[in-house]
Design a protein around this ligand. Structure first.
Ligand code: GLU
Length: 315
């Protein structure tokens, strides 16, 4: 006889669709964030599912005071409606710690003494993130006389390192975790949990069935699937939306000085984001009251129309 786990019994998996929008409060929302919010929201609502809002401030040094409130106010101004309480990662550190302990007990993580400089001096392979593949220096133990600074997740070797999944927008994907990523950090030298761990713990505990987000995170997905497998939690479906770029072809972000959304832009800005996601929007909808725009947009939504490629922000 099998016994349901408490999570299964209390039923997050019973929900057919639960999506989320998970902005990092590193600055105000911009057009690229609106695309991710809109795509995840419409996909959830069109499936009669739930949509959660999670503030990903686990990276405290990159979080900006007041940005989380500003994000909420902006979403409210566009009449996004989230289900349940807003989850804030900086209040959930004990949950990330518990997951790390599980991985420690299973031997999936190891302490690492290497500084960034040492990794840079000894690594030979470029990683998918534009960094370097960790050469495995501390895999078999921290060298004599050195102190551990961080905890790293072991990735599999050989054929097992090759992870494959089907992305709803980007299609069939594969990544070799050993050659393209390497053992990755879960607890940083500055004591902060890594995004990869926090996002996996939260998606699992919140019962998220569908991750819809920007394709800038496509290369992170195999790390997250690997963590899900090792933690024994469900792997959600993934849809990575095209990334909005500026005239110079750079991803919109705080670093590339993307303009903050105008909270009064209403259905005009939503229409631009929906067009960016491959949907035709008649002019009257782009100026309709939000109460009219939303039901119309939910009825129109089809992930099949969303283009895979990145695109320039509309003028
Ligand atoms: N917090 C991440 C970001 O703002 C998104 C994480 C996710 O959707 O998985 O880029």
């Amino acid at each position: 006889m099998t016994h349901p786990t408490p999570a299964a019994a209390s039923g997050p998996r019973a929900v057919r669709y639960r999506g989320r929008f998970a902005p990092s409060p590193s600055g105000p929302l911009h057009f690229g964030s609106l695309v991710a919010a809109l795509g995840s929201y419409l996909d959830a609502r069109a499936a009669r599912g739930e949509w959660l809002l999670r503030i990903e401030d686990v990276d405290q040094p990159r979080s900006v005071a007041g940005a989380a409130d500003d994000i909420r106010r902006t979403l409210e101004a566009f009449a996004f409606e989230w289900d349940g309480e807003v989850v804030v990662q900086s209040r959930r550190l004990d949950l990330y710690h518990a997951a790390l302990v599980r991985l420690q007990l299973a031997g999936d993580v190891y302490p690492c003494a290497c500084s960034r400089r040492e990794v840079a001096d000894s690594a030979t392979l470029a990683s998918v993130d534009g960094g370097l593949v960790y050469p495995g220096t501390c895999r078999t133990g921290v060298p004599e006389g050195r102190a551990a600074r961080a905890w790293r997740m072991r990735v599999p070797d050989g054929d097992a390192a090759r992870l494959a999944w089907i992305d709803r927008v980007q299609g069939a994907q594969t990544q070799d975790l050993a050659r393209e990523v390497g053992d990755f950090i879960l607890l940083r030298a500055d004591g902060q949990f890594a995004y990869q761990l926090a996002v996996v713990v939260d998606d699992a505990l919140q019962g998220v069935t569908d991750v819809v987000r920007g394709a800038d995170l496509l290369a992170s997905t195999p790390r997250q699937i690997w963590l899900q497998q090792r933690l024994g939690v469900a792997v959600p479906r993934y849809a990575h939306l095209p990334v909005a770029t500026n005239a110079a072809g750079e991803k919109l972000s705080k670093q590339t000085l993307a303009a903050a959304l105008d909270v009064n832009a209403g259905s005009g800005a939503l229409a631009a984001a929906l067009r960016f996601l491959g949907h035709a929007v008649p002019a009257e909808m782009a100026s309709a009251p939000l109460a009219e725009f939303w039901p119309w947009a939910i009825a129109q939504w089809s992930m099949a129309r969303v283009p895979a490629l990145r695109g320039k922000i509309p003028d």
